[in-house]
Design a protein around this ligand. Sequence first.
Ligand code: IPE
Ligand code: IPE
Ligand code: MG
Length: 236
Amino acid sequence: MLFKKKTDFKVDSRLSHIAFIMDGNGRWAKKRGLPRKVGHKFGAEAFENTVKNCHKLGIKTVTVYAFSTENWSRPKDEIDAIIGLMEKYIEEAKKYEDIKIVFLGDKSVLPITLQNSIIELENRTSHYDNTLNIAFNYGGRAEIVNACNELIKEGKSSVTEEDINNHLYTKASPDPDLIVRTANEFRLSNFLLWQCAYAEFYISTALWPDFDMKELQKAIKSFYERKRRFGGIIDK
Ligand code: IPE
Ligand code: IPE
Ligand code: MG
């Protein structure tokens, strides 16, 4: 990490991919006596700002967990609000197009208008280098099952790790270097189960709508203090 001023640094190749478990929108709203969907609205703003901040710091790949396969168990009005915010984001994304946007998850059960706008956005941005992966109707287990079924369809009788990698929703991205989860929760909640094999974890006590550049820099600073061994030995 190259520090110039405190607020002015760029990451290096050790940190090419950060993934965020954006948690705590509901608690943020509850603390203020507001409906949960208001928390998601402010969470969507934190998401847009964080993507821009990562871009400023030189992070090439950003992944966000926006809606899990288990989140369908929430009340319908909350789900509708989240879907509405995603539709709005896709509309907004047209303005500052400079990033490849890829949706991770099963699109086929989403409203058809959302499916169409996702496909259009993915196609339109596919030539950019920096990537934003949006995990929406995403589950890590479902992703691995989907990869296995695709391999079976291709007629494979045995598979390698590379085969599985190449059939995950994340096939175009490197594994995440750092997973950041907000709202002080220490679990994966079915996020990137395969890809997290050697990821570093950072837990922030901030609720997602409060996650800002300062919090992001704290996470990055912590990452650079880690010794990643990948099963080997560093100090021989
Ligand atoms: C994260 O915030 C957003 C989604 C899961 C869609 P939550 O809605 O889970 O917020 P809490 O955990 O209830 O505070
Ligand atoms: C994980 O958060 C999913 C997203 C951030 C989209 P949850 O709030 O759904 O996770 P749990 O239920 O606390 O494990
Ligand atoms: Mg939560």
